[in-house]
Ligand binder design. Structure first.
Ligand code: DX5
Ligand code: ZN
Length: 230
């Protein structure tokens, strides 16, 4: 059923040079990125701090590509307006956050932007099932959230498979996103399980060859023919 669904690559700016984000955005665009992924951390939901709406707004001013905002924060409902106004295209909240998912969904929908729900590695897929029909994206984390450059956790693969089956079953066109340790080795595995949206941090920005890295990742994603396609 996922035959023909376009698979997209989203460089994660967390791995870029924060002092030169404009160059990272330019390089990503020139290399054919489909979106940018921005990791917002509050030092509470995750043991790290990153950036807030002002930086999202600054990036928005530099690109027309969709901005995928990954909210690793305890109170996503409270900040939905600020990130939507800053130019976020999709706001992805965590099911493990303190706000009730229904409250976050309402708050994001009210702003008229897309909404996604993320699951940490230890969170069972069942947690997202009641919300599936209301989501534009399901994000399966393949590392513990908080830092780039970690190793892909293979337990994400069966979770992707479950998500793919559940989304197909209800005829959802939501993106199935994989985030954490996505490389030329792991991207085909995730693609095979039906992922459609690939967040890539270190594998795009480390070493500086953004164009080459993105081209290699795109080829790797294409290798992973989804199971359903025969
Ligand atoms: C981790 C973030 C990721 C991170 C991915 O908490 O959610 O988006 O930037 O970086 P890599 O691809 O290096 O694992
Ligand atoms: Zn992320």
């Amino acid at each position: 059923m996922s035959e023909g669904r376009r698979r997209r690559l989203a460089p994660s700016l967390l791995s870029a040079d924060f002092a030169d984000l404009a160059s990272a955005v330019r390089a990503g665009e020139a290399a054919g990125a489909d979106a940018f992924h921005l990791d917002v951390m509050d030092g509470h939901f995750v043991p790290n701090l990153s950036f807030g709406p002002a930086l999202v707004q600054a990036v928005r001013a530099r690109t027309r590509l969709p901005l995928d905002i990954h909210l690793m924060i305890s109170h996503p409902a409270r900040y939905a307006r600020a990130f939507a106004k800053a130019g976020g295209s999709t706001l992805v909240f965590h099911l493990e956050a303190e706000d009730e998912p229904e409250e976050v969904l309402r708050a994001v929908r009210h702003e008229g932007v897309e909404v996604g729900a993320a699951l940490k590695p230890g969170t069972p897929f069942d947690r997202v099932v009641p919300h599936l029909a209301n989501l534009d994206q399901v994000l399966v984390m393949s590392v513990e959230p908080g830092f780039s450059g970690q190793t892909f956790l293979p337990a994400a693969l069966p979770k992707l498979r479950q998500a793919r089956a559940a989304l197909d079953e209800i005829g959802s066109k939501a993106d199935l996103s994989i985030d954490g340790g996505v490389t030329v080795e792991t991207a085909p595995l995730a693609a095979r399980e039906g992922a459609t949206f690939f967040v890539c941090g270190n594998s795009v920005f480390v070493g500086g060859d953004v164009a080459g890295n993105l081209a290699r990742l795109r080829a790797a994603v294409a290798e992973g023919t989804p199971r359903e396609v025969r």
